[in-house]
Design a protein around this ligand. Structure first.
Ligand code: S3P
Length: 438
């Protein structure tokens, strides 16, 4: 499937983008392990979150939906999962694989986890190593890539682990394994990362602490109590429209009910540093997560040096941010972001390739990129860009067309359904001249 986007235009209107992917995954995992019925609303009906649903169904959990974002989970309790009797295929979803590896290491049955070609190339050593330290029996293919084979009944022991990289997936993996471990499992992170697992565990009445030194701990052997979860709109999906409205003169959008967890709002901080016109309205808390409506208008952006502390807080938004950087006056410099090389694609290489195709100057660094912005007088050239199977690369180059002088085609865009089903319909309603072919 490919996107064809005619150049120019602006975006106007009001929209609620689909539910948060990270929170949707976690709602299924914790809801399945809880005692009682968990009702979820606002659930993301994208392929990644659906892969997590299918996995828990395969382990005997009754899950109704999702239908219009509503899911009802009949929790089986901490020890109620059953051996799946099949290899668990997690598609494109790194979050499913990394979080599940921790949770499954604590079961008394064995499992095998695999995924699509992209997921089968992603590093799993980062979860295998600490899980083995906890006593897990887990093997992988060459270079610690999937498939993962996890032998049951290992008997886990709580450990303290200093995360070598800022990764919410690794942190969450260890906390989920820690639920099944003897004693306390604790982690420290080199920089704060998204804390949805900690917040949701507390929502399920499970004690998780974070001390003044940033050590996050829980004690194994407790129970989860079912609760209702309202999933906010995904700020990572809203990000495409925050950038799109910012770069297209005359745009004005209201993005409603967006998750504003401070560990996720780096994109807003960075766009504001670049001069974006973004206003938060009706800031509130819903089910333990901060939420707001966001008004964004077109603005003249300027290039920035990206502050290091913002990187984990905007980790999924860099493809979109690079489009903003190309439209900005002057250069934008990103360093210290080597994690971008091991996402659904090598996002530094994939974005540099696409930006170059569209006539934007870049310098690729081992751990980042320098982008030469063309400023308010300039624009992208048209062309054919390959998304490298990566949903966020595809959507980023789709919105770039708002500031192009001729058609942009984005090939290999099928994976947009992993995180943002209906992207093209929504974008078209707001004013992007996008069509789908193939
Ligand atoms: C996620 C954590 C991040 C992010 C991913 C979702 C999560 O990954 O990129 O899209 O839900 O925990 P890392 O932990 O690899 O940074």
């Amino acid at each position: 499937m490919e996107f064809r986007i005619q150049p120019g235009g602006s975006l106007r209107g009001e929209v609620r983008v689909p539910g948060d992917k990270s929170i949707s995954h976690r709602s299924i995992m914790l809801g399945s392990l809880a005692a009682g019925i968990t009702r979820v609303s606002g659930f993301l009906e994208g392929d990644d979150a659906l892969a997590t649903v299918a996995t828990f169904r395969a382990m005997g959990v009754e899950i109704e939906g999702p239908q219009n974002g509503e899911v009802i989970i009949q929790g089986v309790g901490m020890h109620g999962l059953q051996a799946p009797g099949q290899i668990l295929d997690l598609g494109n979803s790194g979050t499913s694989m990394r979080l599940l590896s921790g949770l499954l290491a604590g079961q008394d049955f064995s499992t095998e986890l695999t995924g699509d070609a992209s997921l089968r190339g992603r590093p799993m050593g980062r979860v295998i190593e600490p899980l083995r330290m906890m006593g897990a029996n887990i093997t992988a293919a060459e270079n610690d890539t999937p498939p993962l084979r996890i032998s049951g009944g290992a008997g886990l022991q709580g450990i303290h682990y200093n995360l070598p990289m800022a990764s919410a997936q690794v942190k969450s993996c260890l906390l989920l394994a820690g639920l099944y471990a003897v004693g306390v499992t604790s982690v420290t992170e080199p920089a704060p990362t998204r804390d949805h697992t900690e917040r949701m565990l507390r929502g399920f009445d499970y004690a998780v602490t974070r001390d003044e030194k940033g050590v996050i701990s829980l004690r194994g052997g407790g129970e989860l109590r079912a609760t209702d979860i309202e999933v906010p709109a995904d700020i990572s999906s809203a990000a495409f429209f925050l950038v799109a409205a910012s770069i297209a003169t005359g745009s004005e959008l209201l993005l409603s009910h967006v998750g504003m967890n401070p560990t996720r709002t780096g994109i807003i901080n960075l766009l504001r540093l670049m001069g974006a016109d973004i206003e938060l309205q009706d800031e509130r808390e819903v089910g333990g997560e901060p939420v707001a409506d966001i008004r964004v208008r077109g603005a003249d952006l300027h290039g920035i040096e990206i502050p290091q502390q913002e990187i984990p807080l905007a980790i999924d938004e860099f493809p979109a941010l690079f489009i903003a950087a190309a439209c900005a006056q002057g250069r934008t410099v990103l360093r210290g972001a080597e994690e971008l090389r091991v996402k659904e694609s090598d996002r530094i290489a994939a974005m540099a390739e696409g930006l170059n195709t569209l006539g934007v100057g870049t310098e690729v660094l081992a751990d980042g990129i320098i982008i030469e912005g063309f400023g308010s007088a300039g624009c992208f050239g048209g062309g054919v860009v390959n998304s490298h199977h990566d949903h966020r690369i595809a959507m980023s180059f789709a919105i770039a067309a708002l500031r192009a002088d001729s058609e942009i085609r984005v090939v290999d865009a099928d994976n947009v359904v992993t995180s943002f089903p209906g992207f093209e319909v929504l974008a078209r309603d707001l004013g992007l001249q996008i069509s789908v072919a193939g």
